[in-house]
Design a protein around this ligand. Sequence first.
Ligand code: GUN
Length: 287
Amino acid sequence: MAILIDGKNLAKKIRQKSKLECDELKTEGINPKLAVIIIGDDPASKIYVKNKSKACNEIGICYEEYILEEKTTQEQLINLIKKLNNDRSVNGILLQSPIPNHLDINEAFKMITYMKDVDGFTPASVGKLCIGEDTFISCTPYGIMKMFDEYNIDLTGKEVVILGRSNIVGKPLIQCCLQRNATVTVCHSKTKNLAEHTKRADIIISAIGQSKFLKAEMVKKGVVVIDVGINRGKDGKLTGDVDFEHVKEKASYITPVPGGVGPMTIAMLMNNVIKATKEQNKEKSSL
Ligand code: GUN
């Protein structure tokens, strides 16, 4: 039976640290602020941003929401990003994905200034991550690395198999795991014989959004399983990408859904907002 990786509790500890840092900034007259842009009315996004706003309130980060209508043009979106880039009271900018199909999200991310890129999605942040420089790391992969640290899971020489190749999770995870000296394989919708990869994995990180996709017969005994999936079943219950009840019998460590990776993503966002605020003020004071 696997040890449960308690993301909820670890996230709480990280938020407490962010709160202390936020309190300290406030004593210096600095008030961290996160600006969040949402376009259209994707129901999942609404839940995500609600949780982000709750975490900001708890820590004392000022949370400002920009809700744009579905028919917003690329130009309007870019103009808002430019305005927020230039607004000195804003320390972090987050464009909640997905955005409507007629808009180009990559072009929009490119416009966010690196210093305020608390999601780690801009080309500058992604490039810095690739060459091993200090940067803003995308919150979900960053949260997963913190879980490995907390449970002393060393990646050196381990076979890590990532399921999913999204820009938000799968791709930055490759770099994070490589930095920790893992041997990394990425599986995706065109991968042949996927179970052959998962069966030899020491660590599996699944981010594909398919309920209970990873079955017990696809993993070896003692595997570490990290489940990024948040899928809502017909009964309204949340499930991950992993068939938790069966896989947990073979795994050495496993994350639950909910209470695993989800809260870590939000905690690392808070961490990144504080980091951005500190760096922006460091620059100001050295001018
Ligand atoms: N949509 C789903 N997850 C995320 C996230 O971490 N950041 C943003 N901006 N959009 C998301």
